[in-house]
Design a protein around this ligand. Structure first.
Ligand code: ATP
Length: 430
């Protein structure tokens, strides 16, 4: 018989449902258990004399989280979840679970976060955690859908790199034959080099790595970065236009495809109107100062300042907004300068930076000058600079943290909730 998910079964069906035992109740001649699969739970009811004796006996042997396969009739049952129950003809105990569960899967007893991540595959049996992962997977699907529709070419650039965009201190070294190499902290240099290839609009999705010893709710050592790079732009406005269209496209997709998950998590997605609010860095500093926050022009926005700005913007009806025209000194060498300020932008959502990018410097001489000013040795970046010597169009792009976006869509307390097996300074296993 073909397997069905519990939610797909209808009264009158003969069905096979596989899953985990969520709860057992034994009333002597009447035994029940709840069978959980990824779509929900169904009650299985075994009455002595009405089900085969062997099946009745097996129900007595069941324990929580055993893996079972049940075949039987689906019948009407007013008291049961969903108004139906299964009456088993066949019950196979596929795999027993040890009885002392290391964590309480359904969080009735709050398990420590560390312990939960030690047993993450068990933790994720909780439907709410599965819902988070479905929202993430749907977000990724719609991001991909956007780039396909908008004519971007998906590319894959090397994860093992000789040099990073932001310097060695934030990179994980790896032994590469007889040399030292690094895990990429971003595809920045490569996606820019591709602007000299004529591909015009490229995007990439993949893991990137950061070696800073962060202990915050928005940093991990390995995360999914969505990057795009676009040539022949007039200014960073073109980049913001692409980015905001991608965001709204994926938010709409999640709101449409994840209704059940959002309901389960008690969340509603507000789709922002386009264009998103743009606010200059100057204005941000002015606003923050006015509200008593300590900040000087030229400082990068720290977590607390971003949060405060988020509160102020939310009051004005903006969950999403761009901060534009950052001071050149807080932006990396590859961002185009514009006097004292730069063409660098950030996209913030509910007071957290979600993406960072802008227009890049495409003139090789200027690029080299800025590198030197920032204390970098252009010779170490010859492979990158070469790409600017044979016809490099104006271009720009962004790096976008998918997990941060999902964290904020669902108002989760920590980015790690969106990651199956997070990597942090303290965690490498499992
Ligand atoms: P922050 O200032 O918040 O540390 P950043 O300026 O280092 O971020 P970028 O290097 O510009 O960030 O990376 C682009 C995007 O990647 C960020 O906007 C964010 O969404 C995401 N990101 C960066 N670092 C991390 C991290 N350690 N963990 C998770 N996501 C990150």
């Amino acid at each position: 018989m073909q397997r069905k998910y519990s939610s797909e079964t209808r009264i009158g069906d003969q069905a096979q449902v596989n899953g985990w035992v969520a709860k057992v109740r034994d009333l002597g001649g009447l035994k029940f258990f709840l069978l959980r699969d990824r779509t929900g739970e169904i009650q299985v009811t075994a009455k002595k004399g009405s089900v085969p004796e062997g099946v009745f006996k097996k129900v007595s042997e069941l324990g929580r989280e055993d893996c079972v396969s049940v075949t039987g009739n689906v019948e009407k049952a007013g008291q049961a979840p969903g108004g139906k129950e299964m009456v088993p003809k066949v019950l196979e105990i596929v795999a027993k679970s040890e009885t002392q569960l290391p964590i309480d899967v359904f969080g009735k007893i709050e398990s420590g976060k560390d312990k939960r991540f030690d047993f993450r595959w068990l933790d994720v049996r909780d439907p709410k955690l599965q819902a988070i992962l479905k929202v993430k997977s749907t977000t990724l699907k719609h991001i991909r859908g956007y780039f396909e529709k908008a004519g971007f070419v998906e590319v894959q650039t090397p994860v093992i790199q000789a040099a990073g965009a932001e310097g060695g201190a934030t990179m994980f070294p790896v032994v590469y034959y007889e040399r030292e190499a690094f895990l990429r902290q971003s595809p920045q240099l490569y996606k820019q080099m591709l602007m000299a290839s004529g591909l015009d609009k490229v995007w990439e999705i993949g893991q990137v790595f950061r070696a800073e010893k962060f202990h915050t709710s928005r940093h991990v050592s390995e995360f999914i970065s969505v990057d795009f790079e676009q040539a022949w732009i007039e200014s960073e406005d073109d980049i913001m236009n692409t980015l905001e269209s991608m965001v709204v496209h994926s938010l709409k997709g999640v709101a449409k495809d994840c209704k059940d998950e959002l309901e389960m998590l008690g969340k509603k997605i507000t789709i922002p109107e386009l264009p998103l609010k743009r606010i200059t860095y100057d204005k941000v500093v002015e606003k923050l100062k006015k509200s008593g926050v300590a900040i000087e022009w030229g400082d990068d926005l720290e977590d607390a300042q971003e949060k405060k700005l988020g509160e102020m913007m939310r009051k004005k009806g903006h969950e999403w907004y761009f901060v534009t025209k950052y001071p050149s000194k807080v932006k990396p060498f590859y961002i185009m300068l514009d006097g004292k300020v730069s063409r660098g932008i950030d996209l913030d959502y509910k007071g957290m930076e979600i993406a960072s990018g802008g227009q890049r410097e495409h003139r090789v001489e200027v690029l080299k000058k800025v590198m030197k000013r920032k204390g970098m040795d252009p010779h170490k970046f010859e492979f990158y600079l070469d790409a600017f010597r044979y016809g490099m169009p104006p271009h720009g792009g962004i790096g976008f943290g998918v997990e941060r976006m999902v964290e904020k869509i669902l108002d989760l307390p920590d980015i790690k909730e969106v990651i199956l097996f997070p990597r942090t300074p303290d965690r490498l296993v499992p």
